[in-house]
Write a protein that binds this ligand. Structure first.
Ligand SMILES: [Zn+2]
Ligand SMILES: [Zn+2]
Length: 264
């Protein structure tokens, strides 16, 4: 069997991904309005009635904005770790008791047909995670909001066929840009976001470990643009003779629209 992946939207103002396997579909985050998530999914013929869970990475609003509304309207369970759920519950409104499912970091669980591993990452949230999905043969991973690439990320993501990877900012654009000093420091810190250059360096490791598709995600509106993220990562891969046509498929996810339907 194959995994189906759709980027519902990915950028610093709203994140949501769809992963399907056999008869189960899940969302990773729901950081746009419920209406926008519904519309974007419909472009690829996915109905929210067929979504079995919303997996939450962390409590920042660009990841949870639509979670409560979708849970109430379509009776979808929300999956999060305990600390994240406590940090987000006042922001998402009332959710039925049965639609709150608590998982443990770094412990695989199954949601109907899908095996899910939430793994700890470094970011300025209470207990942030990224997710990988696997069926023993094929693995795909979605990792954004990464302060830096730690060994727990490597352990969990290596050998994924598809990796959705944060490529948040260009360091020079960020330094020269409009953000106040404290925010610049936050983004650049070990609990901030991954730069294009660091995404490129990690992309090198991923290709060596067998990754065939890398989709760059969570681009900052102020401190990045798609061509720059793409060219930076492509350049780093090329410096080690990795050709983005021959060895790996490299793409940038759309910030606002559904994009990059793929089957792996
Ligand atoms: Zn965040
Ligand atoms: Zn974010």
């Amino acid at each position: 069997m194959n995994f189906k992946y759709i980027s519902v939207a990915s950028g610093s103002s709203g994140n949501c991904h769809y992963v399907g396997y056999k008869n189960t579909g899940v969302l990773v985050d729901a950081g746009l309005s419920g209406k926008k998530i519904k519309e974007n999914l419909e472009k690829f013929d996915v109905n929210l009635e067929n979504v079995s869970g919303i997996l939450i990475t962390h409590e920042h609003s660009d990841h949870i904005k639509g979670a409560g509304i979708l849970s109430r309207k379509y009776d979808i369970p929300i999956y999060a770790n305990e600390k994240t759920f406590q940090a987000m519950k006042d922001k998402i409104g009332d959710v039925k008791e049965k639609n709150i499912v608590i998982f443990k970091n770094n412990t695989k669980f199954s949601l109907n047909d899908i095996q899910i591993t939430p793994f700890s990452i470094h970011h300025d949230a209470v207990d942030p995670v990224a997710f990988s999905f696997d069926d023993e043969k094929t693995k795909i991973s979605i990792a954004t909001d990464l302060g830096y690439i730690c060994d727990n990320i490597r352990k969990n993501i290596y050998n994924s066929k598809l990796v959705v990877l944060e490529s948040n900012h260009d360091v020079e654009m960020l330094k020269m840009g409009p953000y106040p000093y404290y925010l610049k420091r936050r983004v650049l810190s070990k609990n901030g976001h991954l730069s294009n250059e660091d995404a490129g360096k990690f992309a090198l490791e991923l290709v060596e470990k067998g990754t065939q598709k890398i989709f760059l995600a969570h681009l900052s509106r102020e401190n990045n643009f798609p061509e720059l993220a793409f060219e930076t990562v492509k350049g780093i891969l090329k410096s080690k003779n990795i050709d983005i046509r021959k060895h790996v498929e490299l793409k940038v996810l759309d910030r606002n629209e559904a994009s990059n339907l793929c089957i792996v």
